[in-house]
Design a binder for this molecule. Sequence first.
Ligand SMILES: Cc1ncc(COP(=O)(O)O)c(C=O)c1O
Length: 392
Amino acid sequence: MADVIAPAARPANSHFSSGPCSKRPGWSLDALSDAPLGRSHRAKVGKEKLKLAIDLTREILNVPADYRIGIVPASDTGAVEMAMWSLLGERGVDMLSWESFGAGWVTDVVKQLKLADVRKFNADYGLLPDLAAVDFDRDVVFTWNGTTSGVRVPNADFIPADRKGLTICDATSAAFAQDLDFSKLDVTTFSWQKVLGGEGGHGVIILSPRAVERLTTYVPAWPLPKIFRMTSGGKLIEGIFVGETINTPSMLCVEDYIDALKWAKSIGGLEALIARADANAKVIFDFIADNDWIANLAVDDATRSNTSVCVKIVDPAVTALDVDAQAAFAKGIASTLEKQGVAFDIGAYRDAPAGLRIWAGATIETSDMEALMPWLSFAYESQKASLAKAAA
Ligand SMILES: Cc1ncc(COP(=O)(O)O)c(C=O)c1O
């Protein structure tokens, strides 16, 4: 250890977690001072805040005017599950997964909803399944950006415009950092705690007119809890989509989301957010290109995430170790950086292959990402020194 010299510069902000993600630059609790705390969310002031959050979401994400946007309970998970429970079962469904969150939606459909006509398209960490084999006359559920493998779909070209089924897309680590083609997405979901660095607990569901048509013409065979119900008497509950939430939201979290959206708007909207994530991810991609001990988990460059960048250690001295020792090596890097206070929460997700996951979304400053890279080398060299010591 004594030989490995720590870099002089440190990231000003060491928050590189993949969710909740770093707050926006310059954020402080003062940003929430206008929250209508202790007031009803059904009062004029509460409803106006919720409506503003919906309107700004539409503006920044370029959501078409005839798509509904609702704020729903239980974060992204709540939004995805209310979509699947409300819409699936009318026809067969193709379930796509390439990391643990997508796999979780498959479990929901097979083991909880127990749908009879399910086709599964699963790929290992680092890869995408064969998108050309998917049948869009069936319903299709997929995750745009697999947060735990750092693999994303490059675009929506694989989805036909004239599909008969619905597409249900978990876009939680893509929204506000990647271009979502809403004409190809019937249900899009995300949570506030990801790219905009908002808070957990609240989800957003975006419905195309075709999704609304399904909702109002199809009644699932299973009971729906109140927090999943978007229709009443065969009609869409329109209030949900103008801020009359199904149950009580946190107005503090709503204020925080509005603050994040206003920040997004102030820096130039979606284009600027995407550019920031791209620039941050490029710092890591360049580092990988310069260092042969580390590689992107995403096999195809076109599918590399610009938000949840997942890396593996490919040093032959490490890959020769058994699986547990490889995991310990990667964990050692993450914990060294945490102890040094330069990067928090960058260990790979618990179900993912051993490695690191560094969040590069829009709230991260590129200068902080640049400052982190020499520390990756430092932590790696430190782990190697420990390995050598253990072997001596
Ligand atoms: C792709 C994906 N889906 C779903 C979730 C769950 O999100 P939440 O905890 O906001 O419900 C996450 C969280 O990291 C995720 O990355």
